[in-house]
Ligand binder design. Sequence first.
Ligand code: 13P
Length: 249
Amino acid sequence: MLWVGTSWKMNGTLAWARDYAGRLREALADGAPEGVQPFVIPPATVLAAVHEVLGEDSPVLLGAQNAHWAEAGAWTGEISVGQAADAGAELIEIGHSERREFFAETDDTVNRKVRATLRQGLRPLLCVGEPGAVFDAGGSVDHVVGQVDAALAGVSDLSTILIAYEPIWAIGEHGREARAGDIAAVFAALASEYGERVAAILYGGSVNQRNAAETLAVPGVGGLFVGRSAWRVEGYLELLEIASGLVRA
Ligand code: 13P
């Protein structure tokens, strides 16, 4: 099974989200492509609408891009895991590098959020990745394994957890596409430490329809976590098909 999902980040109106979800529902009316688990992570403002359009029996897992560790209370601007679940989320994205860099997420807050998500029966999607300077200095494996160790401290059952390795230097408009050789060592380390215990380890960062197959061929890669290349529904569907083709081959 390969996991292939997208975060829309801070993009999309209700109208845009409903249109995307409607076309996704239609395209997957007979189920997801064989061997692939799709997931979509919209902004919180459109989560309930996307859930409604996809319908209860959708093969697409829905997620939230962040949730607070507390169940409720005076945390202005935040949403709880329970609120995300109420809006249709089954998965909570935690610790994306944009949140670590710009919103003061630390290994400690990431760990709290992982534990809160598991406590409430949702699936954490734990994001990790090293800055370019660490990559250049040859420190990727230590950095990334250290982030995962810290995020999962005190957690004994990891079986529902997804890890997404997203090197910061590879993410977004100014990112550099990773080659297999750039990420193989981190996947080897994560797979040997966590591969048997988590649900899957995904790769993210400038994934597109051209490099998806090469990325999925790296040992230990169990799926793709995609931004820009899946923000058109046709682009996302193409990535699901590429993954399915590899599973069936
Ligand atoms: P891009 O695919 O746009 O580089 O974004 C990756 C990402 O950050 C997914 O969360």
